[in-house]
Design a protein around this ligand. Structure first.
Ligand SMILES: NC(=O)c1ccc[n+]([C@@H]2O[C@H](COP(=O)([O-])OP(=O)(O)OC[C@H]3O[C@@H](n4cnc5c(N)ncnc54)[C@H](OP(=O)(O)O)[C@@H]3O)[C@@H](O)[C@H]2O)c1
Length: 314
C-alpha cells in the first residue's frame, strides 16, 4: 500500500518548496490508529510554517497540513469500535497525505450529521477562535477584528456577538467580504478607510489582529490605554510596532494551550465546537485532487475568495 504525501524538506515559498511524494506505508505504532484521509483544507496556518516563519519550533522535513477528516482503517483493540468511522486525526503527523497515523486518544470521532467538508475544517480556526474568546472575554466589550473575512475572523466575530459583545467591527481587505460580515451582524470597514479605522480603533476595548504590519501599528496608536490587543497572526508578514506599554498586547498561539489539555478536556472542546459550527456562517469549500495542490494554492491566494480549498486525498 502506498502513501501519497505533500512534503516540505526545507523552508521556502510553498509553491516552490512543496513536493508530492509516494512511498510505501510503514508499520503502525502501538497505541496509534491509522486513518485513510478524505479531505484536508488549506489554511494560512498550513502555508505560513512552510516559509520558516515559525522556524524555532516547526522544522522540516515535514508533511504539510494540520487538519482534515478521514476514515479509520486500523486501531488498537480498545478503539476498534471506530474502525470504518470518520475521525479527525489531529495533533500528530501532517494531514496532507493519504494515510495519517495518530495517537488514538487524540482522534476526534465525527457524528454522522456533520458533513465531511465541514468536519475537515473543525479544528485550527474554530478551536483557536473559541479559546481566544475564553481567554479574552468579549461580553460588554466593543470588539475590533482585522482580516475579518478570514474563517477565523468570521467565527471570532459571530461568537463574540453570541457571548455578549457590545459591538463587533470587522476590517476587511477585499470589499467582497462586506456582505457576509453584515449578514453576521458585524459592522464592516474597508482596510483602505484609514479614517474609519482610526475612529473605530479609538472606541475599541478588545482587538483580535491577524495582519500585523501597518494596520496593526495604526490600530495600536489609536486604541484606548484600557483596551487589549490580541495578536494571533501575521498575514502581512510584517511585525507591528508597539510604541507604548499600554494598551496591553497579548500573543495567542493555539499550540501553547493544547499541551495543558488532558484527553477528556480535548474531546469536550469538540462537543462545544460541533453545535457552534453547525449554527455559524463559515466559508464554502472547493475541492481539489491532491495532485492539483498547486492550483489549490493559487485559488487560496485569490483576494476576496469566500471558499476554502479542500484537498481530496483519496
Ligand atoms: N495563532 C493561532 O493559533 C492561529 C490559529 C488559527 C488561525 N490563525 C491565524 O488566523 C489568520 C486567518 O487564518 P484563516 O485560515 O482563517 O484565513 P483564511 O480563511 O484563509 O483567509 C485569509 C484571509 O486573510 C486576508 N489577508 C491575507 N493577507 C492579508 C493582509 N496582508 N492584510 C489583510 N488581510 C489579509 C484575506 O483577505 P482578502 O480575501 O481580502 O484578500 C483572507 O480573507 C491567519 O493569520 C492564521 O495564521 C492563528
Amino acid at each position: 500500500m502506498n502513501n501519497i504525501a505533500i512534503w516540505y524538506r526545507y523552508f521556502g515559498i510553498p509553491e516552490q518548496t512543496l513536493e508530492l511524494e509516494t512511498a510505501p506505508v510503514g508499520l503502525l505504532t502501538p497505541g496509534f490508529m491509522r486513518v485513510r484521509m478524505q479531505f484536508s483544507p488549506m489554511n494560512a496556518s498550513d502555508l505560513t510554517p512552510i516559509t520558516g516563519a515559525y522556524g524555532h519550533r516547526v522544522v522540516p522535513p515535514l508533511v504539510a497540513g494540520y487538519e482534515g477528516v478521514g476514515e479509520v482503517i486500523a486501531a488498537p483493540e480498545s478503539w476498534s469500535h471506530l474502525v470504518g468511522k470518520r475521525v479527525l486525526p489531529l495533533r500528530g503527523q501532517g494531514t496532507w497525505q493519504s494515510f495519517v497515523d495518530c495517537r488514538s486518544e487524540f482522534a476526534i470521532p465525527v457524528s454522522d450529521w456533520i458533513p465531511s467538508d465541514l468536519a475537515a475544517r473543525a479544528y485550527i480556526n474554530p478551536v483557536a477562535a473559541l479559546m481566544m474568546l475564553r481567554l479574552y472575554v468579549p461580553e460588554g466589550k466593543r470588539v475590533l477584528l482585522t482580516a475579518a473575512g478570514s474563517d477565523c475572523g468570521l467565527l471570532l466575530g459571530q461568537w463574540a456577538i453570541r457571548l455578549g459583545a457590545r459591538s463587533v467591527t470587522g476590517i476587511h481587505r477585499s470589499t467582497a467580504h462586506a456582505t457576509r460580515l453584515a449578514a453576521c451582524g458585524i459592522t464592516s470597514v474597508s482596510q483602505k478607510d484609514a479614517g474609519a479605522i482610526r475612529r473605530f480603533a479609538s472606541e475599541s476595548d478588545l482587538v483580535f489582529d491577524a495582519t500585523g504590519g501597518e494596520l496593526a501599528t495604526a490600530i495600536l496608536q489609536q486604541l484606548p490605554e484600557s483596551s487589549t490587543f490580541v495578536c494571533y497572526g501575521l498575514l502581512s508578514g510584517i511585525p507591528f510596532k508597539q510604541q507604548h506599554p499600554r494598551p496591553l498586547v497579548r500573543w495567542f498561539h493555539l499550540r501553547n494551550y493544547l499541551d495543558g489539555l488532558n484527553s477528556r478536556q480535548w474531546h469536550s472542546l469538540f462537543s462545544e465546537i460541533w453545535p457552534l459550527l453547525n449554527t455559524s456562517m463559515y466559508s464554502d469549500s472547493v475541492r481539489y485532487p491532491v495532485t492539483s495542490w498547486k492550483e489549490a494554492i493559487c485559488f487560496y491566494r485569490e483576494p476576496g475568495r469566500s471558499a476554502k480549498p479542500l484537498l481530496v486525498m483519496n
